[in-house]
Write a protein that binds this ligand. Structure first.
Ligand code: NAP
Length: 253
């Protein structure tokens, strides 16, 4: 396993799903982990001998406070995983509600932007920032307008930050998960049901499989990778799955 010994990592949305799997993996790899979340994760922080800081990533002051307190306690930050996100406002564009776009941008995009802005102040030179985008940041998804728009923006600001922060050798990448079995998906029956057809590998991913990518990107083994949007999606972005073709063939018989 890539060692993160001596590194201090901050993970937003660390109490659930992909964030939680990454908290556990980073801890096993030797990192000191700060868990930022809306829900109280004090118990989790005790389990991993880390720290919990209540944070709403859509509020700039709270993100700044999170990073400031981390440096105050541990002296430095080496890894920032801007992971917190929400899915909201499913429906056709013709029925779009602006509030769904506004809230999606507030959490998914502005939350990442605040991490980049204040991360650039508090991260050590040579540090790593990883942002949560999505396959919905790489392609359109019918009925997911607010989410798609907010995640496309994450990829844009990731690339821009990577160019700006390269001067300090801070690497900035984003990950683009496909459908991963986390509470976000488990609470969405429509999405849960269709993905065995649309994912070429025929199943949804596990949060641990995303954490493995985040771990690699955070490690020194990835020190020449920056400004990238990397999919971990069971092949969704490679093209139309055989599951879809055979489903269509069955329909036409
Ligand atoms: P999840 O299990 O719902 O976890 C999301 C976490 O983010 C929760 O702990 C939640 O806290 C926290 N959070 C939500 N809003 C927040 C805010 N304003 N401030 C701070 N924390 C907040 O979802 P997940 O599937 O692991 O998603 C993690 C990231 O991966 C998200 O950015 C998501 O868009 C992205 N992603 C997920 C998938 C997927 O299929 N699961 C695919 C592509 C991308 P509470 O529980 O306290 O609300």
């Amino acid at each position: 396993m890539f060692s993160l010994k001596g590194k201090v990592a901050v993970i937003t949305g660390g109490g659930s799903g992909i964030g939680l799997a990454t908290v556990r993996r980073f801890y096993q790899a030797g990192a000191t982990v700060v868990v930022a979340d809306l829900s109280d994760e004090t118990k989790l922080a005790q389990e991993i001998d880390g720290l919990y800081i209540k944070t709403d990533v859509s509020i700039e002051n709270e993100v700044q406070f999170l990073l400031e307190k981390t440096v105050e306690k541990y002296g430095h930050i080496d890894i920032l995983f801007n992971n917190a996100g929400i899915g909201r406002g499913i429906g056709m564009m013709s029925d779009a509600e602006s509030v769904d776009y506004e809230v999606s941008f507030k959490v998914n995009t502005m939350g990442v932007l605040y991490g980049l802005k204040h991360g650039s102040v508090y991260l050590s030179d040579g540090g790593v920032i990883i942002n949560s985008a999505s396959v919905a940041g790489l392609q359109g998804v019918p009925t997911y307008g607010p989410y798609v728009a907010s995640k496309h923006a994450v990829i844009g600001i990731t690339k821009t930050a990577a160019l700006e922060l390269s001067l300090r050798n801070i690497r900035v990448n984003c990950i683009c998960p496909g459908t991963i079995d986390t509470p976000m998906v488990q609470n969405n029956t429509a999405q849960k049901a269709i993905n065995n057809y649309v994912t070429p590998l025929g199943r949804n991913g596990l949060p641990e499989e995303v954490a493995a990518l985040v771990h690699f990107l955070s490690s020194d083994d990835a020190k020449f990778i920056t400004g990238q949007a990397i999919a971990v999606d069971g092949g969704i972005t490679a093209g139309t799955s055989l599951g879809i073709w055979s489903g269509l063939a069955a329909l036409s018989n």
